[in-house]
Design a protein around this ligand. Sequence first.
Ligand SMILES: Cc1ncc(COP(=O)(O)O)c(C=O)c1O
Length: 383
Amino acid sequence: METSKRLEGIGEYYFSKKLREIDALNKAGKDIISLGIGSPDLPPHPDVIKVLHEESLKPTTHAYQSYKGSPVLRNAVSNWYKKWYAVDLDADSEILPLIGSKEGIMHICMTYLDAGDEVLIPNPGYPTYKAAAAIAGANCLYYDLKEAQDWFPDLEALEKTDLGKVKLMFVNYPHMPTGQLATPELFRQLVRFAKKHKILLVHDNPYSFILNENPLSLLNIEGAKDCVLELNSLSKSHNMAGWRIGVLCGAKKYIDDILRFKSNMDSGMFLPLQLAAAKALTLGKDWHDSVNKTYTARREKVFELLDLLQCTYAKNQAGMFVWASIPATCENGFELSDKVLYQSNVFITPGGIFGSAGDKYVRVSLCCKAEKIQEAIKRINNN
Ligand SMILES: Cc1ncc(COP(=O)(O)O)c(C=O)c1O
């Protein structure tokens, strides 16, 4: 059976393949230390697990749920946005819980894109934007992010190009993989740009609580609801990646459009998960501080590891990775990643998987215990 045309050019996700290779190396006795993916190894807050447990024991919590999510979770998201981002969201009409923000990226593309439409995608950026836009049949237009310009888009240069067919633009700050934070001024410029060119801005915001004291929402900018959808997630901020809890926020009209698609794809999330997620969203600054304390200590170790590899990096990156420029002696990040994997049994991610503008970089995850990072340093030192 041939696969559909829409899958042409869509390969298996890089990490899905690479983790298989690492599994095989482990089975062959290599004991690889993986500093690859951003899957928090720390647990959620115990109160969150308690809610999941208690709600699961009730006989009444196992039925199909509402397509638009439990009102308890939607209210919790609304309060969370007010408290941390100073954004007002109507819990009934402007919030759509998601099975992880990754699925939201696909839903948005399937809801708004037809063949021939164009989508602006950051290079480097999260690979799912490209895959989702391409599966929906649209053409991807990449906008380069450059270290010299603080990894901000060059909106002036973009305005000189033909934007007539562009319907969506993906943006993501704190940016993955570079760890760059946004500024309110950048967000204002983006909203102006989107309004002028009638583009729907999709802001992917899962990293705003990790190694960052000032979480920002693009929806905080005046007039943003006309042209902004924001994705958020509990995967990183609350150590709940495997739970698959995300959220889409924006004006009622957009949420209604996307629900038309999403309600045909799934039948709601398990209620105890939603209630536990609502609990997680009430956690205070002390929770985020404690998680960030761990990441800060690990990051110091990762800096040491990168120094050993003669990589250079900015020290003030947000998110759960360190993005680093490779030494001139390496052709690209793939070469360095392979060298470290095969010589030292340590996996770091080549920056090229995030787009051509990431070719000369590598990304190291902080989702690994400090002792393991120390062991990785030792192995690299010995080779
Ligand atoms: C930039 C970015 N967006 C979205 C996601 C997906 O997050 P979720 O677990 O909410 O689907 C990730 C996960 O790695 C990510 O790095």
